[in-house]
Structures are given as C-alpha cells and as structure tokens.
Design a protein. Structure first.
Length: 134
C-alpha cells in the first residue's frame, strides 16, 4: 500500500461518519437508518476511496493494483473494527454481554457492506481512470 497512514485516515473518517449517522438515524427511526446506510454511506465511502486514489495513483497503470490493495485493507479494517465496536464496545456501553454471534446475526447486511466496499472501490477507480486518460 502506497500510503498506509492516508488509507487508514480516510477509512477511519468514513467509518466514524457511518457509525455516527447509523446510530443517530437508528434512534430517530430504524427505517431512516436503513435509508441512510444505502444512500449516504456509499457516497461517503466512495468519496474517500476516490480521494485516496487520486492522491496516490498518479498514473493509470498502477490504479487497479492500488485499488485492490485499498479494498482489501478497508475490508480487513472494517471487519476488525466491526468486531471491536459491535461485539465488545457497544455491549459494554449498554451493560450487556458481548454478542459473539454478531457476524451471524447481522448477516446478510454486514456482508453486504463488505461487497459495497469492493464496488465503491472499483467505481472510484473507473471514474479516476477516465479523468487520468483525458
């Protein structure tokens, strides 16, 4: 990965925004949470994907490799952070036991988020590729 600090920074910002929006909209109305997760979150993650690739990929020849590395890094980071936040931190905050079946209980929604990371990464790559080849 060309710039791990930048990749981690952009992931952390996107994840933080997603978490805040998700919790806030959930407490307003669960339907609003689902709408925001399928509209606002892809825009936020897509923006940070594009921003990262724009900064580190100066030519089209390395763009696919850079994209795939960032996708893999973000999926692993998301998986680890989802586990930490939703299995450990949230239950502690609400005085509950850790929910070790989180990834089963949230399936297929949690797995759809990882697929979305793949799609957003490659959509961002295609947009940047077109701009680099103008």
């Amino acid at each position: 990965m060309k710039n791990i600090k930048l990749g981690l920074k952009y992931f952390a910002l996107a994840y933080l925004i997603a978490t805040i929006v998700g919790f806030t909209t959930f407490y307003i109305h669960e339907t609003l949470m689902w709408i925001s997760m399928f509209t606002i979150m892809p825009i936020v993650f897509g923006y940070f994907f594009y921003s990262y690739l724009k900064k580190v990929s100066s030519n089209a020849s390395t763009l696919l490799r850079d994209t795939n590395i960032l996708i893999l890094f973000w999926i692993i980071s998301s998986f680890l952070l989802d586990g930490l936040v939703y299995i450990v931190i949230v239950p502690i905050i609400f005085g509950n036991k850790s929910n070790w079946t989180f990834f089963q209980d949230q399936s297929p929604w949690i797995w759809l988020n990882y697929l979305t990371i793949i799609l957003l990464g490659h959509i961002s790559r295609l947009i940047l590729f077109k701009r680099l080849n103008k």
